[in-house]
Ligand binder design. Sequence first.
Ligand code: AMP
Ligand code: MG
Length: 465
Amino acid sequence: MSDEATQELTYSATKTGDRDILPAGMISVEEARARILERFEVLPPAEVPLLDAVGLVLAEDVRAGFDIPPLANTGMDGYAVRSADTSGATYDTPLTLRVIGYIAAGTVFDREVGPGEAVRIMTGAPIPPGADTVVPFEETDEYDWATRESARDPGAWQDAPRDSVRIDVAAKPGANIRPAGEDVRDGDLVLARGTVIGPAQVGVLASLGLATVRCHRRPVVAILSTGDELLRPGEPLAPGKIYDANAFSLAAQVRAFGGEPLILDVARDTVDALTGRIHEALGRADMLVTSAGVSRGDFDVVKTVLAQEGEIGFWTVRMKPGKPLAFGTFRSPDGRTVPHVGLPGNPVSAMVTFELFGRAALFKMLGRLQVDPEAWRRPTVRAIALDRISNSDGRRFFARGIASLRPEDGRWVVRLTGPQGSGVLTSMSLANAYAVCPEGVPAIEAGEECEVILVDRDLPIPLPA
Ligand code: AMP
Ligand code: MG
C-alpha cells in the first residue's frame, strides 16, 4: 500500500511510552526535524588524513607553528641585487652588475651579495643576504642572452653561468620580495574550530605541514532496504520483482551530505530478517536508515521488530511526498545510541524525506550545526511558477521542478518535471529544486510566485527548451 493511503492510522507508543519520540497525530516538517535532531549528537573528534577531512568540521583551533613563507623570497624570476647599485639605470643608460651565483627555488644562497653584484634567482627562492630587491628578467638583458645562448646550445643555456647582467631599470628597495610571514605568522590562529574543511582549507593545512587534522568523525550511515519484491541491480529481473533504487539514491545522498554510507543486504519482510539486519548495522553505524515498511501494508512487521529492539515512534508528517515516517533509537553493543529513521518505501518519498530530515541529522553529527544551527538549509528563492502546482490534501507539497534564472528579466522561474507521483523517480532525476506549495493551499496557479528550495545546483541538469 502506498504511503499516500495511510490516512487514518493512529500511531501510538509501542514500548516505552517515551513521549518525546512519540508525538500524537500529524506533525509538521519543522516539528519532525526538531524531534529528530534532539536525538543526534556531534560525533567525537578523530585524527583524519588531510584529504579525507574534506567536508568535515575542525574539532580544534589550528595555529601556525612557523611563518609562511618561512623566508623572504622572490615573487619574480630575476636578479637579486642591492637597490642602491641600480640607481640611475634606464633603458638608455643601463648598468652592468657582476653575476656571482644562481638560486633555484628550494635552495639557500648563503653568500652575501656585495656592492656591484647580482644573483640570478628563480621565483620562490629565498632572497640572499645583502640583496634588498629583485630586478625582473624583463628589466635586464636576460632574454637577449637566453635567446643567444639557446640558439648556440638548446637545452644547456638555462644553467649556463653568465658573468654579468645588464640592468635597464632602477629598482626600488623591497620590489618583488615577498616578506617572511606575508601569509601567516608563527602562532597565528589560522583556522578556527568549527570551520568546514574544503579545498582552500585543506590547502592551508597542507601549507602548515599537517598530514592529519583533528575533525569530528565522518558519520557512518547504515542503509537498509526492506521488501520481498526487491532485487539488487545486476541480478536478473524476475516477475513481481523490482530493483532496489532506494539503497543507492539514499547512499548517494548520504555521501553528498558528508556521511559514509554502508549498504546492508536487503531484508525480507520477516521479523527475523529485519532483526538480523538491524543487529548487523548497530555495531558499525552512527545512524540507521531503513526504507519501506512504515506504511500500513508492512506496518506490523516493522512495528514488531522495532518495538522489540529499540524505542520507536511512527509519525504522520504533514508533507507530500513522504507522510509516514518512523523515528527511534537503538542501543549498539558498545552502548552508543544509534538513531533510526524509517523512511517510506516509495523512491521519491524516501529521497524527499531524507533530504528534509536526514541532511540535518548528518550535519548535526558532523558538527556543522555548532557554528550555524541552520547550516543544513538549502538556499531558497521566490520563483514564478510556470506550471500550475495543485495540492489536493492540504499537506505541504514538495513538487519536483527545474528552477532557472529567466534571462529576459533576471527572475527565478520554476517548471515542474512532469508526473509527480511518489513512485516516479525520474521526476527527481530531472529536478534541481522543490517548489513548495504550503499546507492548506489548494494550488499555486501558473504565473504566481512560490518558494523554491534549490537542491544540488552544481549538478548539471539540461534545461528544457
Ligand atoms: P512500502 O512502504 O513497503 O509499502 O513500499 C512502498 C512502495 O515503494 C512499494 O511500491 C515498494 O515496492 C516500493 N519500494 C520499497 N522499497 C523500495 C526500494 N528499495 N526501491 C524501490 N522501490 C521500493
Ligand atoms: Mg513493502
